[in-house]
Design a protein around this ligand. Structure first.
Ligand code: PLP
Length: 337
């Protein structure tokens, strides 16, 4: 199987499993797990924040961030297709009474400054209190222009808003842009990173921010059921991922670019190779159903994220030769049809 559905399908390598098996552990709810503490400190350092909090998932990390930043009746400005708004079950509204104010995501992945300005509510009893700006990097595989990030966060500052970055794939953005992760996160008060995507760990995210914020966040994590016991077993996989699997994300980006270049030769497919920046590409048949292609690929042992537009994601469990095989199979579908 060549599994291009997502970078979440990666499985821990033998070396990562060995690091997990040998991890020194303790009860982390009691603050006794040295490996969790090490992961939290290491991640915080990489993203340039004071402290970190190890959580089971990116969804919980973003939810804890919302609950820590916002009170009941506050709102956050967020992209219409941002993960934290669209794909997390409305958790902020359910658990925190926090209202999203979704805004259209622009072609570069950002929220237009004029939309942000217009959406920030005045202090008036009619309105929710606009409290927080949420951005996502990478978003749909694209790196947010850092000049935009700086401007948007300055606008938020000018209106007294706090800023959270959903950096599920922050390290993809860092590798692609040649920037240090901490430079990309500097304008934000908090940042969430996923260990379980392209970095190859089986489980986990880390929420990073100032020390006081993380102290409050730890209370929310406990209430949400995210206080884990001998979680150093999992944290060891995260440490291994941060130490071994960041630089190699460049290979995933090269593989996505290679696949895009191969598929741009297929006249029946719509694909814009200039949009392929990191480890994702989106491909749409110009005619006919995407479903037929998806089914054919599955029969040939190639899995893709289905839909009218197919999403193909490269990661550490797909090699360059796997990519060339996938390209050949997709071309063969159109040669036969
Ligand atoms: C995957 C993802 C999350 C959530 O992570 P889970 O561990 O799947 O809950 C959040 N934001 C973005 C942008 C993601 O891609």
């Amino acid at each position: 199987m060549i599994d291009l559905r997502s970078d979440t399908v990666t499985k821990p390598s033998a070396a990562m499993r060995q690091a997990m098996a040998g991890a020194e552990v303790g009860d982390d709810v009691w603050g006794d797990d040295p490996t969790v503490a090490r992961l939290e400190a290491l991640t915080a350092e990489l993203v340039g924040k004071e402290a970190g909090l190890f959580v089971p998932s990116g969804t919980q990390s973003n939810l804890v961030a919302l609950l820590t930043h916002c009170q009941r009746g506050d709102e956050y400005l967020v992209g219409q297709d941002a993960h934290i708004y669209r794909y997390e079950g409305g958790g902020g509204a359910v658990f925190g009474g926090i209202q999203p104010q979704p805004l259209p995501v622009q072609a570069d992945g950002g929220l237009a400054l004029e939309h942000l300005r217009a959406a920030i509510k005045p202090d008036d009893v009619h309105f929710a209190r606009t409290r927080l700006l949420c951005l996502e990097n990478t978003i749909h595989g694209r790196v947010l222009p850092q000049a935009y990030v700086v401007e948007a966060c300055a606008l938020a500052d000018a209106h007294g808003l706090v800023k959270h970055l959903d950096g599920a794939r922050l390290f993809n953005a860092a590798i692609k842009s040649g920037s240090a992760a901490q430079d990309l996160t500097r304008p934000f008060d908090s940042v969430s990173v996923c260990l379980s995507k392209g970095l190859g760990a089986p489980v986990g995210s880390v929420l990073c921010a100032g020390g006081d914020f993380i102290k409050h966040a730890r209370r929310w994590r406990k209430m949400l059921g995210g206080g884990m016991r001998q979680s150093g077993i999992l944290a060891a996989a995260g440490i291994y991922a941060l130490q071994h699997n960041i630089e190699r994300l460049a290979e995933d980006h090269a593989n996505a670019a290679l696949l895009a270049a191969e598929l741009s030769e297929v006249t029946e497919l719509h694909i814009d190779p200039t949009l392929v920046q990191t480890n994702m590409l989106f491909v749409r048949p110009k005619q006919g159903s995407a479903q037929e292609l998806t089914t054919y690929l599955q029969e040939q042992g190639i899995l893709v994220d289905p839909g009218a537009t197919l999403r193909l994601v490269t990661h550490l469990d797909v090699s360059r030769s796997g990519i060339l095989t996938a390209a050949r199979v997709i071309k063969s579908f159109y040669a036969h049809n």
